[in-house]
Write a protein that binds this ligand. Structure first.
Ligand code: GLA
Length: 370
């Protein structure tokens, strides 16, 4: 499938883990519309692991757990579609999923066909229990081609956690996004370490195939179920969301969007941050000293993200000559604060800010004469 901007949506795993069910998914679809997420650009409602029975049926097909999905998957897909949204599901390249449900190894064409019949628009393809004798790259290619053979447009979300440096080849095998790291936890150190691990690989992420650094934990405040779950502060969630936006990563929400607080809802619906994320050129940011992220958008707007990953208050300074705007150019930047909307006016030569520990400042603007 061809896509031109990073996918946006919701995934059941981080908050609901082993308990996705029909009414949850339908309520999430309702919340996507009623609480403004759809209008902000979020599109996919994705059921992660633990939706199936532990055994395939007599024809070798995957079977939705009738306790969790009493009307089957087509029914859920139809409901999601009736809201103008798209429907996503999950399976695994190995013999079992990570939580021990049947995997698609050796069943790729049957399963792809089943998903297409149910009306699936997005498939996350995990990597647990992959046979030692198998070839991982070929496994992702096989499912990619099986999805294509269905004739239905299905976004292929590969998830092998960066094994075999997946950022180098997932685009070639037809993935539209590829998980490049282990699972995100709802903590500051978790999203920080994920970004530090991948920040140099975003030159290989762009239109068609995006580096997926896992779900957004924004708004969970420790209510998830994955790994350590101490939760983050509001400032930390701003850093998390802003980083995902500046890096052009897929925006898959992991919180319970039926009742996320207003702060986090507004943050995840911030129009300017989303527009930065969805910028069609998807240029990766130039990163200075691990804390200044500079990015040029398709319309020549400049974005400067200043991130204080330290615990203490820190002064951060960006010299405009490093952005190609030396003093002699007679040009400056006319900047505003993306989070507060505050106009900062024309800045020349440099911009310096003092940031509290674990906080950031996101500025955007255009070149202007001074
Ligand atoms: C792996 C993936 C997660 C999630 C779980 C489900 O850990 O990385 O994102 O899909 O499996 O079991």
């Amino acid at each position: 499938m061809h896509i031109t901007t990073p996918p946006m949506g919701w995934n059941s795993w981080n908050t609901f883990g082993e308990n996705p069910d029909e009414s949850l998914i339908m309520e999430i679809a309702d919340a996507m519309v009623e609480k403004g997420y759809k209008e902000a650009g979020y599109e996919y409602v994705v059921i992660d692991d633990c939706w199936a029975l532990k055994e395939r049926d007599g024809n070798g097909k995957l079977v939705p757990d009738p306790q969790k999905f009493p009307h089957g998957m087509k029914y859920v897909a139809d409901y999601v579609h009736s809201k103008g949204l798209k429907f996503g599901m999950y399976t695994c390249a190995g013999v079992m999923t990570c939580a021990g449900y049947p995997g698609s190894y050796g069943h790729e064409y049957t399963d792809a066909k089943t998903f297409a019949e149910w009306g699936v628009d997005f498939l996350k393809y995990d990597y647990c229990f992959f046979p030692k004798t198998g070839n991982g790259k070929n496994a992702y290619l096989t499912m990619s081609l099986a999805l294509r053979a269905t004739g239905r447009d299905i976004l292929f979300s590969a998830c092998n956690w960066g094994c075999e440096e997946s950022w180098k080849w997932m685009r070639s095998v037809g993935a539209n996004m590829y998980r490049s790291t282990g699972d995100v936890f709802d903590t500051f150190t978790s999203f920080r370490d994920i970004v530090f691990a991948q920040k140099d690989n975003f030159s290989m992420s762009g239109p068609g195939c995006y580096n997926d650094i896992d779900m957004l934990t924004v708004g969970m405040y420790g209510k998830g179920h994955v790994g350590i779950k101490s939760g983050c502060t509001d400032d930390e969630y701003v850093m998390h969301f802003a980083l995902w936006c500046l890096l052009g990563a897929p925006l898959m929400m992991g919180g319970d969007i039926r009742n996320i607080n207003e702060f986090s809802r507004n943050l995840m619906q911030n129009k300017e941050l989303i527009a930065i994320n969805q910028d069609r050129e998807c240029r990766p940011p130039v990163i200075f000293a691990d804390r200044i992220y500079f990015k040029i958008l398709e319309n020549n707007e400049y974005v400067i993200g200043m991130f204080n990953f330290k615990d203490d208050k820190t002064k951060i300074n960006i010299a405009f000559k490093d952005l190609g705007i030396p003093y002699e150019s007679g040009m400056g930047l006319c900047l505003h604060n993306v989070i507060t909307g505050e106009e900062l006016g024309v800045m020349r030569d440099y911009y310096m800010a003092t940031l509290e520990g674990h906080s950031c400042l996101i500025l955007k603007g255009k070149l202007c004469e001074v």
